[in-house]
Design a protein around this ligand. Structure first.
Ligand code: ATP
Length: 634
């Protein structure tokens, strides 16, 4: 009989309550995953014990055969999942099974809408773990003892999943954790030997820890008759119980790879692709890398979980070893198992180890190659790009050495399709380049529409030259680290002198020079009227439909980046734009013929309009409206 003492009832953290509620309602059609989640936790607990026992064998308490056992009782309607892993102390239980410590949880939960299908998807990004027991159970009991604590330091945790849980101290001889699910009436189907076995095989075959279930064996006499009273329970290992990555590729089915992904990534959905490699030679390691099909909720959190699961000679060392991949590949999930590190390696040591640096560079290449392969499948690659494209865009700045490879993986919206979908590669752009075109043109704006309708594109549209339409916050940063692709340099169409190279014929250039000369007087007057509002005034040949546009000097920070930095509170030195006027436009004609009384106002209107069209804000919008109105009523 277990004696319970120091029983107390505690409330779940608000986030847990919300999660429980949503999970129970939105994961209804996917209920069986509870078993995978609980086995996964048991396997992690065994991994942790094995790791800690490396330098403290006593933790095994004479039983080093790590295992998970599953039992059920159809009469009592219960399923029990038991492991002899690391176990938990009372404090561990209270914090692990009463709160969610991951950062960003509250914000994540705010996104949930109450709409089942949507929420089920979102919850998949979050990983439900232990709490998934409540999808099938109306009461959960956990009994546990941490491996380094005495038998009287056992803990019993109970909850009906309705806002509170109780904890009490108990005697517990066995270390590790057992979880008893008291099944809901409509989940009785899980208290069934066949069902449980097939679920273990479906979800947990690849887990190295054996998952065992009891079977009653009966002895028979020579006539084949059962001998009464000879029944005994034998424990049968149900899963394959070898670490998946250790097996040879040819023996592993796609379904096994997918199931393993769900275990490592705590994801519900299938990965987009994977790459499994054994490397021998100077460095010896095995890696199994996956590209997920959706983003984890904390992809953009500073301290969001990332990195690979690290094993040294098959012994689990740590989760989220972020030293093996650069930050811009933080969406990659998987495992790395090596002989080249010590079992005692810590996060700090990983940071300094030159072997780790070499593996990082090899794994980075593998990941980029895997993405390249994935890009052959348009549909899948588009899913990847829509999900992780803006993370990959951090690549050229972070990983100079691989920037060509990364550039090949980028996808853009361009004037070729004029659609906001980023689905055009630079290789495709280069293939479509006009005869005589030597550069890759792009524009950066605050929104897709601002980019697409920018006056700067007029000449490009007229001449049929494709321009990349960039409008994500990271885009200007990206472009400042990409200098060329396939030998062609990148040119921001809103900066510097417009140089269309050989696309423009000699005659065209000459005609432009002549116009510029003819308009010298006008340019001078405008410059005088605008004073130091502008750096320079010029005649443009960028425009066909608009009267004017503003440009920046070539090496100046772009307008979009300026606005982002200013919004973030950065003080930047003021930069005056260059105003370019379209000599073919009626308004410019009108300006040229305007009398002294209206010239300055009209010039100012052209400047303000050009700023607005480029997505900028006017210093004094009311003055602009006033000027425009007086012109309209004149
Ligand atoms: N069987 C177990 N033995 C020991 N500790 C456990 C066990 N199950 C859960 N825990 C502890 O409780 C914590 C919370 O578990 P939970 O499953 O909710 O989240 P998780 O495993 O950390 O992440 P995920 O949601 O991605 O599964 C675990 O991190 C672990 O410390």
């Amino acid at each position: 009989m277990t004696t319970t003492t120091q029983e107390e009832t505690l409330g779940f953290q608000t986030e847990v309550k919300q999660l429980l509620h949503l999970m129970i309602h939105s994961l209804y059609s996917n209920r069986e995953i509870f078993l995978r989640e609980l086995i996964s936790n048991g396997a992690d607990a065994c991994d942790k014990l094995r790791y800690q026992a490396l330098d403290n064998d006593a933790l095994y308490e004479g039983d080093s055969e790590l295992r998970i056992e599953i039992e059920h009782d159809a009469d009592a309607n219960t399923v029990m999942i038991r492991d002899n892993g690391i176990g938990m102390s009372r404090d561990d239980v209270i914090s692990n099974l009463g709160t969610i410590a991951r950062s960003g949880t509250a914000e994540f939960l705010k996104q949930l809408s109450g709409e089942q299908q949507k929420d089920a998807k979102l919850i998949g990004q979050f990983g439900v773990g232990f709490y998934s027991g409540f999808i099938v159970a109306d009461e959960v009991t956990v009994r546990t003892r941490r491996a380094d604590l005495p038998h009287d330091a056992g803990v019993e945790w109970r909850s009906r999943g309705e806002g509170e849980f109780s904890v009490a101290n108990i005697e517990r001889d066995a270390r590790g954790t057992e979880i008893i699910l008291h099944l809901k009436d409509d989940a009785k189907e899980f208290a069934d030997d066949f069902r449980l076995k097939s679920l273990v095989r479906k979800y947990s075959d690849h887990i190295e820890v054996p998952v065992r279930m009891p079977r009653t064996e009966v002895e028979r006499d020579e006539n084949g008759k059962e001998i009464e009273g000879s029944e005994k329970i034998v424990w049968e290992t149900v899963n394959e119980a070898t670490a998946l990555w250790v097996r040879s590729k040819s023996e592993i089915s796609d379904d096994e790879y997918k199931a393993f992904y769900k275990h490592v990534a705590h994801d519900f959905s299938d990965p987009l692709t994977w790459s499994h490699n054994k490397v021998e030679g100077k460095l010896e390691y095995t890696s199994l890398l996956y590209v997920p099909g959706r983003a984890p909720f904390d992809l953009y959190e500073r301290d969001g979980a990332r990195g690979l699961k690290l094993y040294v000679q098959r012994v689990f060392i740590m989760d989220d070893a972020e030293q093996f991949l650069p930050l811009y590949l933080r969406f990659i999930k998987g495992v790395v198992d090596t002989r080249d590190l010590s079992l005692n390696v810590s996060r700090e040591l990983l940071q300094q180890d030159p072997q780790v640096e070499k593996m990082k560079s090899a794994l980075t290449k593998r990941s980029l190659d895997m993405l390249k392969k994935l890009s052959k499948d348009d549909e899948k690659y588009q899913t990847f790009w829509n999900t992780f494209g803006s993370v990959l865009k951090e690549g050229p700045a972070e990983d100079y050495a691989n920037r060509d490879k990364i550039a090949g993986l980028l996808r853009f919206a361009t004037t070729h399709t004029d659609s906001a979908t980023q689905d055009q590669s630079l290789a495709a752009y280069v293939e479509r380049m006009k005869e005589g075109q030597q550069k890759i043109y792009y524009i950066v704006a605050d929104s897709f529409n601002a980019a697409k309708h920018s006056p700067h594109l007029e000449i490009f549209r007229k001449k049929g030259i494709e321009v990349l339409l960039l409008s994500e916050r990271i885009d200007e940063w990206l472009m400042s680290h990409l200098t060329e692709f396939d030998g062609k340099s990148f040119v921001d169409v809103a900066k510097g002198e417009l140089d269309l190279g050989e696309i423009e014929g000699e005659e065209e250039k000459k005609a432009q020079e002549e116009t510029a000369k003819a308009k010298e007087g006008l340019i001078k007057r405008v410059k005088e009227a605008l004073g130091d509002e502008v750096q320079e005034v010029k005649v443009t040949h960028r425009l066909t439909d608009s009267p004017a546009c503003v440009v920046l000097p070539e090496h100046e920070m772009g307008f979009q980046m300026r606005r982002i930095m200013e919004a973030a509170g950065q003080k930047l030195p003021e930069v005056k734009p260059i105003l370019e006027l379209n000599p073919e436009h009626g308004l410019v004609d009108r300006l040229e013929n305007a009398g002294e009384d209206s010239f300055a106002d009209l010039a100012r209107i052209l400047l303000d309009q050009a700023i607005i069209a480029e997505g900028g804000h006017l210093d004094d919008p009311a003055a602009y409206v006033k000027r425009l109105n007086s012109l309209l009523t004149a």
